[in-house]
Design a protein around this ligand. Structure first.
Ligand SMILES: [Zn+2]
Ligand SMILES: [Zn+2]
Length: 303
């Protein structure tokens, strides 16, 4: 019997590729290409052996050539016009620049707008502690949202700007997940709907799991509905640019039952989202493919 430990889950080529990065000269070669791209404002720029050699501090061409060879394949592509970053090489450079190997800055409780979906209290606070961004309700202590933040998201932003940036990022991720695309690796996302029971209320969330990188993201079903232009447009007609505000401000509409969800079946998903604004109600159906369809309005002139 072979245990999971005995199976080679990580290919030897991958170990070699990651091992090749633990060297200053090689990281500088990748960075030199990124710097030249930035200066010349040219994406996927190619640089000759000599150009790259001149850009990096290394004692001999033979040594330089050895380091270059270690990068060709996973991080550099060798073309007729010279060397260029591969997708992986580009990601490594961005990782270095963004400081993904450094820890994000922390900040203490910062009050944010919005309402708790559980107790309807206007008592939401956001915190970043040990890279973890949390929006929680100070009144009932429920956690509403958790995410890990990279250093680049916090480095040059104030606490309230960090909060806003998370707000913008979440809607962006939800849009990708609704379309079956992983917001981290762009691989296929599988989605399920879960029911959560809390104080006599049932909240439905969409759980998206990436088949490739195992990312798991949760989104309220109502948030999936509001991404549809007909739903967002209905809010707009009633004076609210709903997607311009962070998700936790949208929670107010769920808490107040302005947006209500009726789930007929979880698998396959068949749900109706009802939105009532200024006494006017619109209904939208969400099917198993997460397609949102406005339900035809009964004609107002009908008896
Ligand atoms: Zn609460
Ligand atoms: Zn993924």
């Amino acid at each position: 019997m072979t245990s999971r430990k005995d199976e080679a889950r990580i290919d030897e080529d991958v170990v070699d590729a990651i091992g090749a990065l633990g060297n200053r000269t090689r990281l500088e070669i990748l960075l030199a290409l990124a710097e030249a791209q930035r200066e010349r404002q040219e994406q996927w720029l190619r640089m000759s052996f000599t150009e790259l050699y001149d850009a990096v501090d290394v004692s001999s061409t033979s040594q330089f050539s050895y380091h270059l060879d270690r990068l060709v394949g996973p991080f550099l592509a060798e073309t007729d016009d010279g060397y260029r970053l591969t997708y992986g090489g580009d990601k490594i450079v961005r990782t270095l620049l963004a400081g993904f190997y450094e820890n994000a800055r922390s900040f203490g409780d910062t009050e944010v707008d919005g309402v708790c979906v559980f107790c309807e209290g206007e008592s939401l606070v956001a915190t970043v502690e040990r890279e973890q961004f949390v929006v929680r309700c100070d009144a009932c202590e429920s956690g509403l949202l958790t995410d890990l933040l990279p250093e680049s998201q916090t480095r040059h932003r104030s606490a309230s700007e960090i909060v806003d940036s998370v707000g913008a990022r979440i809607w962006g991720s939800f849009t990708l997940i609704r379309d079956g695309v992983c917001p981290e690796c762009y691989g296929p996302i599988d989605t399920d709907v879960d029911a959560h029971h809390h104080d006599g209320r049932t909240l439905y969330t969409l759980e998206g799991t990436c088949r490739e990188c195992w990312l798991v993201v949760h989104a309220p079903l109502e948030a999936v509905a509001v991404l549809h232009p007909a739903v967002a447009g209905f809010f707009w007609e009633h004076g609210s640019a709903v997607l311009e505000h962070p998700l936790w401000e949208f929670f107010e509409h769920i808490a107040s039952k302005t947006v209500r969800t009726d789930v007929e079946s979880v698998d396959p998903l068949a749900a109706t989202v009802e939105v009532t604004l200024d006494g006017e109600t619109r209904r939208f159906e969400i099917d198993d493919e997460l397609i949102v369809t406005p339900v035809a309005q009964p004609d107002a002139d009908d008896p």
